[in-house]
Design a protein around this ligand. Structure first.
Ligand SMILES: Cc1ncc(COP(=O)(O)O)c(C=O)c1O
Length: 433
């Protein structure tokens, strides 16, 4: 057993040097909070399939996949070819292109609740515009969301991501006043919130599986209750499928059999180029039609042709068969990691569904943000112990699969998981007493 931080510093001197240099020009050494971990993040040079090559020449097995973006792995040849071909013919005109229609058609065909779509540059803009459509069409301002749920970085949805109170000094207090939160998976609390506020809600925005607090599937009947309560009060039900769209050809809404009014997409929807999309019922989306509606939606890079080409190639490769295979492999991973947890006889478990897994260092039931985000220090130590074994997951314990993976990659994950446990077992046993 070795100290994970010392071991990491020994393996990654070049990343340490690059991070010190980056800090001279970028506050915090990067432009994304989520890439940072103690003592400094790993710099990546190249990526192919499910392997990342770091600045220190290590090869890491990637079970993070840019927080679920790289569902086909890195640099999938069909996507590289489609993007390169489109880019070489000129990219970015103030005019529509046939590629946007082709990608929109694919999304509409695979997602029955989506009658029309608009493209954005991120999942953040997708949830922001879905909420705008809800406000414009209901005439109400108030937004209901789930405690601890992350829907991007615009003001409204940053309320209630981490605990209570003024967690974000950059967000006006007036925004916080028009957002309420409810615990994930608590149908009674949801019913109470609708009882209290149902008449002035614009929307309830919800991940159909709670992603941010550790891949927690919906409890029996929870999404159905959300559907009924929103329908009864004319509140717009927005599913944030930025991560979960990979769960079936038609997303988590198909897997769980509940139909939202609007859906936000992101991650792989642009084939690895910056992209998002939102869509849904035609009457709600009509507010963006300049001939009929009044809600402004523009953006220099919206529906960028190379991005659209990447999205088309990605959705064509990620068909129902590819998803079934990936979900089966995810089931194998959860089962085998669960067996490691059971053998170790330590307070830990693995949650998830489809091709998502998340380790939690508790033996209490994990049902919501409060129960899903315990033991953060150990979770981060465990992450570094895995990283030292050349397996990359998220510091919060999220793992997700990509299509180039097979049983061999699951073997490697399970072996690293087992080894990393030895590094944290003493802390874990001490923590549990
Ligand atoms: C569920 C969910 N919604 C929205 C977002 C925001 O997407 P983006 O980072 O593209 O703005 C994320 C990003 O991780 C997410 O996980």
């Amino acid at each position: 057993m070795s100290d994970p931080i010392e071991e990491y510093e020994r393996k990654t001197p070049e990343s340490g040097r690059l991070f010190a240099e980056a800090n001279q020009y970028l506050p915090g050494g990067d432009t994304r909070e989520v890439t940072y971990f103690d003592p400094y993040p790993t710099f990546v040079e190249d990526a192919s399939g499910c392997t990342l090559t770091t600045a220190d020449g290590e090869e890491l097995l990637d079970f993070l996949n840019n927080y679920t973006q790289s569902v086909l792995g890195h640099a999938p040849p069909a996507v590289v070819e489609a993007v390169t071909e489109r880019f070489a013919r000129g990219n970015g005109f103030a005019a529509p292109t046939r590629e946007a229609t082709d990608l929109a058609r694919r999304i509409v065909e695979r997602t029955p609740s989506v009658e029309s779509v608009r493209f954005t540059n991120s999942g953040t803009e997708a949830t922001m515009n879905a909420i705008r459509a809800a406000i414009a069409s209901t005439g109400n301002d108030h937004v209901l969301k789930v405690d601890g749920a992350y829907h991007g970085t615009h003001d409204t949805v940053l309320v209630g991501v981490e605990g209570a109170g003024r967690e974000n000094p950059g967000i006006p207090a007036s925004v916080e006043e028009r957002v309420s939160t409810v615990p994930w998976n608590d149908t009674d609390a949801l019913a109470e919130a609708f009882e209290r506020r149902g008449d002035d809600l614009a929307c309830f925005i919800v991940d159909p599986m709670m992603c941010n607090a550790g891949m927690i599937p919906p409890a029996e009947g929870y999404l159905e209750a959300a559907r009924d309560l929103t329908a009864e009060t004319d509140t717009v039900l927005v599913f944030d499928e930025v991560m979960t769209f990979r769960l079936a050809a038609g997303g988590a809404q198909e897997r769980y059999g509940v139909t939202p009014d609007l859906t936000a997409f992101g991650k792989f929807i642009g084939g690895g180029l910056p992209a998002g999309a939102f869509g849904g019922r035609e009457d709600l989306m009509g507010v963006f039609d300049p001939a009929r509606g009044s809600v402004t939606h523009s953006g220099t890079f919206n529906a960028n042709p190379a991005t659209m080409a990447g999205g088309i190639a990605t959705l064509d490769a990620l068909d129902a068969d590819a998803i079934d295979r990936l979900n089966d492999l995810g089931g194998t991973a959860r089962e085998r990691l669960g067996a490691v947890c059971a053998d170790a006889d330590l307070p830990m478990q693995v949650t998830g569904d489809g091709s998502f897994c998340n380790v939690h260092f508790t033996d209490e039931a994990v049902t919501d943000a409060a129960s899903g985000t315990t033991h953060e220090a150990i979770t981060k130590r465990f992450f570094l112990a895995l990283r030292n074994r050349d397996v990359l997951v998220a510091p919060r314990g999220l793992m997700n699969l990509s299509t180039p993976m097979g049983e061999g990659e699951i073997d490697a994950l399970v072996a690293a998981f087992d080894g990393a446990l030895a590094d944290v077992a003493p802390d874990l046993a001490a923590d549990a007493t």
